[in-house]
Design a protein around this ligand. Structure first.
Ligand SMILES: *[C@@H]1O[C@H](CO)[C@@H](O)[C@H](O)[C@H]1NC(C)=O
Ligand SMILES: *[C@@H]1O[C@H](CO)[C@@H](O)[C@H](O)[C@H]1NC(C)=O
Ligand SMILES: *[C@@H]1O[C@H](CO)[C@@H](O)[C@H](O)[C@H]1NC(C)=O
Ligand SMILES: *[C@@H]1O[C@H](CO)[C@@H](O)[C@H](O)[C@H]1NC(C)=O
Ligand SMILES: CC(=O)N[C@H]1CO[C@H](CO)[C@@H](O)[C@@H]1O
Length: 781
């Protein structure tokens, strides 16, 4: 059992020396005090580190005239980096941020879980689910999941047939009232949880939404379902005949079903405390995980700086220790500048649809069948389920504006009029979610809801026991026309069917957050895309009977959507590549996944975005993951710690700060910074983003490719350039005589009448056997 002492320290001695202060304005909030690299101690050194932090904290509290107060560290970071979390007044936080050992001090904000806004669900099926994959993978790779915990009894965490836990593993299985040592096994090899420390609970009553609601549930057990879903998606064992109440039936299997999982429960339904997420990453690295999967993040509206973003900080140090951190890019799409978790040392994931959807058709009274999309537990049938069809405003309460009733606003429908009918609503007001509309119709006694809305129409809504179907505006117009032409229009909403081999697929999901990155446009983000729509994976047994069809037992699997679901697919794929190439660095693995990603759909056409337009690097990064191809990428781009430190200099941090952050004391910033152009030109990334290209100017970018394929390889460059952009690669051939050698090349961009704004293309290196595609985005000014 790890030492979880939380260092409560009563500042008594000082009380005798200093008169009691009369200052009353001392509201305290939880803060993270981040002190940069240079940690790396084991549990033996931990005590000394904590004592040092305690001393720092105490001296600041005393200096602030608050003697007599209980001072406590709510978290202590001492593995991959140093720092602590504590309850502080604003003044104390400011004082600590001036301390010479401190890099940054930031509020312990709540991060969000990256499932879709409307908490929708969906299905499976990705290139990952091939038997070849699991046969080739070894069981030596460990994936750490920072999320809401785990439901260990799920068949997805069965360890049948698994070998002994790798000897290097240093993790633990923390116990709680509902979680025993025996809940862990050879698949689920570690489980930790992070509640609020007992000593601090009384002292704090922060107003900060979310963090306080995090609940100190004392166990790694998942009570939300999110963590169980992501963990089983990354590395779940094979479960035959998994389904969601008859839908999406098939074998459920994680991306790397031979890998192990370790659970770090830092979140609950309300979100995740920054301080806990940072601690979880610190522990995961120290425990010995190879890949960390994080399906959480800040809202895109609140993107903080890299130095105050717990995921960016934790991931930086994880990279230094050889651990790859894979994160969801967020669900605030489809607008640009919404991608989060976009630090260059993070693998940032976008979400796509797959070739399966769920159809709930509508049969109009005149016999016409209209195709709709949803997942329902409806038991209507052609003969038994025919109900009058009414438009929201026809059954509105008195004085209700038409716009509200047509949107199924809460309180807009009159139960006297709506009861027993199928209500038609439109989705012109995005503030009302599908779940709310459903509850409004259900609450008014309606027998079903037909939603006309193009937004999220490809993301089937799970409507529980209520008949629901969503149609696009074209089909909606047909339905409204039918209603207008009939005196007594009627309809039936048919039970859901799964439809397979949907074309085109993949399509970038509408909710998937888009680039460019809000903090820097010099790194192309997101990096990659993976299935995040209709993902079937393990869940906790639902206690909410609304989610369970009449007469059925709660399902062990759920269908969910979000970049949260895409992220563990990539974590699983990365673990798979790692198991084949144990010596590869995190950025080599990322490079292999990126340069081999697919950019064409199952019709052989370029992958499209949800709008139908061709997807760009800002939608899907390098493209949809293709794990088998990633095993032999031919060339990789190794982005080193040095590259990342240079990045921090070019981004604008002072040399002294970069040294403290990294713990690399002799580091010197390269000349020329800060400069977004130098980031683009000099950081050895597997993609290129030129943040500004002025007319008449040329921007030149340097890259270094490493041969990981056969020796004696010769690669030739092919350029896919948008109209009006002149792209030159020099040299045009790369010759490698041996493996592990590198070759440098440059790509220059000049505008010859390219349209303004971002234009997209790619440079692809090929030796006849391998194709190494590096996408670029160039902002023409
Ligand atoms: C904490 O804050 C809430 C609302 O801000 C308040 O109702 C409650 O009384 C406070 N609790 C304590 C212990 O101060
Ligand atoms: C259909 O569902 C309703 C509501 O869930 C239930 O009351 C009714 O008994 C069901 N009918 C059949 C035939 O299953
Ligand atoms: C039913 O009504 C719709 C709308 O008026 C119309 O487009 C459709 O052709 C009709 N179907 C039949 C079978 O008459
Ligand atoms: C690579 O080429 C060199 C020179 O042509 C040759 O001597 C060497 O044997 C080749 N190595 C391999 C592994 O093919
Ligand atoms: C997912 C789901 O529960 N779908 C149901 C929709 O309604 C039909 C008819 O009652 C059921 O058979 C399906 O299981």
């Amino acid at each position: 059992m790890v030492n979880r002492a939380h260092f409560v320290f009563l500042v008594l001695a000082y009380r005798l020396l200093v008169p009691l202060s009369a200052e009353p304005d001392q509201t305290r909030e939880s803060y993270v005090v981040y002190m940069g690299g240079g940690g790396g101690g084991g549990e033996a050194e931990a005590e000394a580190v904590r004592a040092k932090h305690m001393e720092m904290l105490t001296s600041v509290v005393v200096a602030g005239g608050e003697q007599g107060r209980v001072v406590a560290l709510t978290q202590s970071y001492h593995h991959a980096f140093e720092g602590f979390a504590a309850e502080l007044t604003e003044k104390e936080a400011a004082a600590l941020s001036g301390h010479e050992k401190v890099v940054s001090v930031f509020r312990d904000r709540a991060l969000e879980l990256h499932t879709t806004r409307s908490w929708d669900f969906l299905d499976v099926q990705s290139g990952l689910r091939s038997d070849r994959l699991s046969r080739r993978a070894s069981g030596d790779v460990v994936i750490g999941i920072v999320d809401t915990g785990v439901w260990p009894e799920s068949p997805s965490f069965s360890d049948a047939g698994m070998g002994a836990v790798p000897a290097r593993w240093r993790g633990v299985c923390m116990e709680g009232p509902d979680f025993k040592k025996s809940s862990c096994n050879k698949k689920l090899i570690g489980a930790r949880y992070y509640g609020r420390q007992p000593g601090s609970a009384a002292a704090s009553n922060t107003s900060h939404a979310g963090v306080e609601a995090l609940g100190a549930a004392g166990s790694p057990r998942d009570t939300v379902g999110h963590g169980t879903h992501t963990a089983s998606t990354a590395a779940g064992s094979v479960v035959q005949n998994a389904d969601y109440y008859g839908l999406a039936r098939g074998a459920a299997r994680g991306g790397s079903s031979a890998s192990r999982v370790a659970i770090y429960k830092a979140c609950s339904l309300g979100g995740c405390a920054s301080s806990a997420v940072l601690k979880a990453i610190d522990d995961a690295v120290s425990d010995g995980v190879d890949v960390v999967s994080i399906s959480i993040g800040m809202s895109s509206a609140f993107q903080s700086d890299f130095l105050t973003d717990p995921i960016a900080l934790g991931a930086f140090h994880a990279h230094q220790k050889g651990v790859l951190v894979v994160c969801s890019g967020g669900n605030d799409g489809p607008n640009p500048y919404t991608v989060v978790n976009s630090a260059p040392w993070i693998l940032t994931v976008a979400a796509s649809s797959i070739d399966r959807t769920f159809q709930s058709s509508i049969v109009l009274g005149n016999g016409t069948v209209v195709k709709g999309v949803a997942i329902n537990f409806s038991n209507q049938s052609i003969n038994g389920g025919k109900y009058p069809l009414v438009f929201g405003p026809q059954v509105a309460g008195r004085y209700t504006p038409v716009s509200e009733a047509s949107n199924c606003y809460p309180g807009s429908l009159d139960p006297q009029k709506a009861a027993g009918k199928i209500v038609v609503c439109v989705g012109t007001d995005p503030m009302v979610s599908r779940r709310v509309r459903k509850l409004v119709a259900e609450g008014a006694g309606a027998r079903g809801l037909l939603l006309i809305d193009d937004a999220e129409k490809s993301i089937p809504f799970v409507a529980g026991g209520f008949p629901f179907s969503q149609v696009d505006t074209d089909a909606g117009a047909q339905i409204l026309e039918y209603m207008n032409s009939m005196k007594n229009p009627t309809a039936v909403i048919l039970p859901t069917e799964d439809v397979k081999e949907v074309k085109p697929a993949p399509v970038v999901a509408s909710f998937s957050a888009r680039g460019p990155g809000g903090l820097t446009e010099s790194i192309l983000k997101p990096d990659l895309m993976a299935p995040g729509v209709s993902i079937l994976a393990a869940t906790i047994p639902s206690t909410d009977m609304e989610d369970v069809p009449a007469g059925k037992k709660p399902s062990a699997f759920a269908i969910k959507s979000g970049t949260s679901m895409a992220c563990p697919h990539v974590a699983g794929a990365a673990a798979f590549v790692k198991s084949a190439h144990p010596g590869w660095s995190p950025s080599m693995i990322r490079s292999a996944l990126m340069t081999t990603a697919k950019t064409r759909n199952n019709l052989g056409q370029p992958v499209a975005s949800s709008t139908g337009a061709a997807a760009t690097g800002h939608d899907m990064g390098a493209g949809e993951i293709s794990p088998l191809r990633a095993l032999s990428p031919g060339l990789v781009f190794d982005t080193t710690t040095r590259d990342y430190l240079n990045f921090l200099c070019f981004y604008g941090y002072k040399e002294q700060l970069v040294r403290k952050l990294s713990g690399v004391t002799g580091f010197a910033c390269p000349l020329g910074g800060p400069s977004p152009d130098l980031i683009a030109a000099g950081v050895n990334y597997p993609s290129i983003s030129v943040p500004r290209l002025f007319a008449g100017k040329t921007v030149t970018v340097a890259r270094n490719a490493m041969n990981v394929g056969p020796s004696n390889a010769t690669y030739a460059a092919a350029v896919d350039a948008p109209q009006g952009l002149t792209v030159k690669v020099s040299p045009e051939r790369l010759v490698f005589s041996r493996r592990w050698t590198t070759a440098a090349y440059q790509v220059s961009f000049a505008s010859a009448g390219a349209s303004k704004g971002y234009v997209h293309g790619a440079v692809t290196w090929s030796d006849g056997a391998h194709s190494v595609r590096t996408p670029f985005a160039v902002n023409v000014i």
